[in-house]
Design a protein around this ligand. Structure first.
Ligand SMILES: [Zn+2]
Ligand SMILES: [Zn+2]
Length: 246
């Protein structure tokens, strides 16, 4: 019996997809999706530490629709973060490329690397912010679903700040809410690979916000803020705002 069939037997009757919010019906294909995605961990890290990764139910189709954007995010940024856990991911990617995996994607990323010279003469690169944001928002939504058992719609407004390595993070310091997030305890169990922080806020008009920050490979910070999914203000569900690069 294949792995999929064995796990299929364990789908609870009330399982919901955290990506679309709908129930997973008995005749629908489904997956267990890891939060954060397993691909942010190098094989060596998985083997050595056997981290007990959290996961959520998804429709297979919903999950697959993010796969390319997640690969795009990892290939684009793991090589940019020069820490051990990021380098290990990049080594896996290069080993895969030798076997023909993700070769087109890697070429695309390399072609964007080194075009722009940053303020301290480092090579920087450009990226497709819509794809990166989509992959990252999925992880924020996964954290939210794991911690609160509540569906957070993809269409929820979520301005996002991304601070790549070699970049001055003072843009984040200038956000009124960011220092409070930064100074809270980290919540993930795999700090050198992935960590996150989360605080709840309330304005004087009683609008409830969530502010979250993620740290990938001890070198890439992503932060976002959004209204609580139960918010009655009616302004939380507009079009996405683009990733703001500092
Ligand atoms: Zn779904
Ligand atoms: Zn609102």
């Amino acid at each position: 019996m294949g792995r999929e069939q064995r796990s299929r037997g364990r789908l609870p009757a009330d399982a919901r997809c955290y990506l679309c919010g709908n129930p997973i019906l008995p005749d629908e294909k489904w997956d267990r999706d890891h939060v954060p995605p397993k691909r942010v961990f190098a094989l060596a890290v998985l083997q050595e530490h056997s981290p007990n990764l959290e996961w959520l139910y998804t429709h297979r189709a919903c999950n697959r629709s993010y796969r390319e954007d997640e690969e795009y995010f990892v290939v684009s940024f793991a090589g940019h973060v020069k820490t051990a856990t990021a380098t290990a991911v990049m080594n896996d990617i290069h080993r895969g490329a030798a076997k023909g995996h993700l070769v087109g994607l890697i070429k695309d990323v390399l072609s964007r690397f080194g075009k722009i010279i940053g303020p301290t003469a480092e090579r920087t690169f450009t990226w497709d912010s819509a794809r990166v944001e989509r992959a990252l928002w999925k992880i924020f939504r996964g954290i939210y679903a794991l911690e609160s058992s509540t569906f957070l719609p993809e269409q929820w407004i979520h301005p996002m700040w991304l601070v790549p390595p070699h970049t001055d993070p003072s843009t984040l310091e200038g956000l009124a809410w960011f220092p409070a997030v930064r100074d809270t305890q980290p919540l993930a169990k795999y700090g050198a690979v992935f960590d996150y922080k989360w605080i709840g806020l309330k304005t004087s008009e009683n609008v409830r916000f969530h502010a979250m920050a993620m740290l990938f490979w001890d070198g890439l910070i992503v932060a976002t803020i959004f209204h609580d999914p139960t918010c009655p203000c009616g302004e939380c569900r507009l079009q996405h705002q683009p990733v703001t690069c500092s």
